[in-house]
Design a protein around this ligand. Sequence first.
Ligand code: ATP
Ligand code: MG
Length: 656
Amino acid sequence: MSTISPDRSTSEIKSVLHEERIFPPPEDFARSAHIRSMEEYERLYAESLNSPETFWARMAEKLHWFTRWHTVLEWNLPHARWFVGGTLNASYNCVDRHLNSWRRNKAAIIWEGEPGEVRTLTYQQLYREVCRFANVLKRMGISRGDRVAIYMPMVPELPIAMLACARIGATHSVVFGGFSAEALRDRINDARCKLVVTADGGWRRGSEVRLKAAVDEALQQTPSVERCIVVRRTGSPVRMEPGRDFWWHELVETVDDHCPPEELDSEHPLYILYTSGTTGKPKGILHTTGGYLLQTALTTEWVFDLRDEDIYWCTADIGWVTGHSYVVYGPLANGATVLMYEGAPNYPEPDRFWELIERHRVTIFYTAPTAIRSFIRWGEQWPLKHDLSSLRLLGSVGEPINPEAWMWYREVIGKGRCPIVDTWWQTETGAIMISPLPGATPTKPGSATRPLPGVEADIRTKDGRSVGPNEGGYLVITRPWPSMMRTIWGDDERYRKQYWSEIEGVYFTGDGARRDEDGYYWVMGRVDDVINVSGHRLGTAEVESALVSHEAVAEAAVVGRPDEIKGSAIVAFVTLEAGRTPSEELREELKRHVVKEIGALARPDEIRFTDALPKTRSGKIMRRLLRELAASGVVRGDTTTLEDFSVLEKLRMEEE
Ligand code: ATP
Ligand code: MG
């Protein structure tokens, strides 16, 4: 059978979504925010592109440098060196710097475990813990440049371990605590880590995730690992191998409370982090110190309009880049108070998040569309039970947010008061690239709006031509930025090929997008997921948003199935709102609904109702697996980051 293969060399991506709603920034934000108007944004933006070196040099004053850099940027496409000649320390910037002001006694981390215990660490206390663990690492033979794997639940020892690594110049590789022993083993081996930091276990939805047991299994095939340090979290029995395994709490008793920070080169490797694996096998993204820290710190201040009184909560697990940049490095570099929660959003009840917000008086809340769609499905009675009046700003990250989910977030959680920042970025970009500024940018549901100062984005065709307003194409970044990835760990060739060769001379994001007449960016989905229907290339996000705008639909994933006539047939996997039941009638109604919303071209050929969609452990829909399933009924691709295998099993059975 010959089919028209989805080639990306010729046509652009066709945009079919229409969204007219627009929300100006609330007045109180516009009065007092860090950036207060579009004029101010435009001015800063223009300066950042016209005189980038002056701009970034001024911004870099935000950090504490031991030695000032002599050159802002050395750019040899695709390799950048930022703040060349400068030395600094990320842990010093995130901790020590706050000790000579009143912030010394400010809460750095307010932590709540799933069972309900609360621990608060002031900056002074955080300093002591970071120093002690840094001394432990040194005693364990870890020094500058060594890689340390961190496989932990969301407990304070996780950021402490990261900052301790940063303090002595060790490069951390955090592996999400929900991954299997095999996934951990592969990541340890890829980076040749010398030490693993873990815990006996962690709590998730009332049960224990047994981390140490997974580590024991992984360490049977990791020749580089010499030692393992274990935090006692759940207290359940674990096997401790003599000479290899040590308890955290015992080690820290025997070391000094002070550890001088290493003076590290601006380009010193801070960490390696593997991507989510939504589109393929995860890649080890390398970030370095100066540029990364600067841009995460700066964007935290701008995008979240951070102030000293805030209680800031980013719900991401630290195992993802969002947790690295916006739970740890960005907020702590700003001296913020960070709320950190160990467990599930629906434990013991579906209102745990709202209860946390009410009790801790959270002011800034940053979460993912997948979570928002779950909240919608669970019903608004849960948030309505709680006083959410402390909230002043809401954020979204990880996937395109469907306009209807955006509206729900705004009305039900934000009570129409709180601006929403829909932040587009990637593990590779290190920091937020495209996002509203809450005191300046009028928002449109579903759009990440405009690039931040210092970021030059564009929409291009495969052959590098910029496209006009509302024409879909490839989202690219056209000049280097400080927090950009430096390479793929151990595979510079892949770095060149994947990011810098698809479209000549620019950074290729892998996402499809369009830019509207106001210069606003709308991410239409991943380029790998684009569906080619009768020569028209459709982004998945738009068709999915049309489906989700139907009252019966909770979530949708759309993929193409090879079709002799059309090229691709559109297959939609749909989960329904609580209380709705699948029927032939509803199926037809949904098809009509899509036609009405965006046109006949996008009419699904097939709608499959399902209880759940396959997702990565960071909550993103894995369309590539659905695509395989729709085409052949079997899945061969990499599934190491899949959240729940039973979802695939069920989908397969439903098909038979
Ligand atoms: P892999 O690269 O391994 O397939 P991944 O792309 O899911 O995994 P991440 O770096 O965690 O790994 O995610 C970045 C991607 O998430 C972006 O390229 C984009 O597709 C999507 N994304 C993130 N934020 C947004 C947003 N605000 N709007 C639309 N898409 C977003
Ligand atoms: Mg990606």
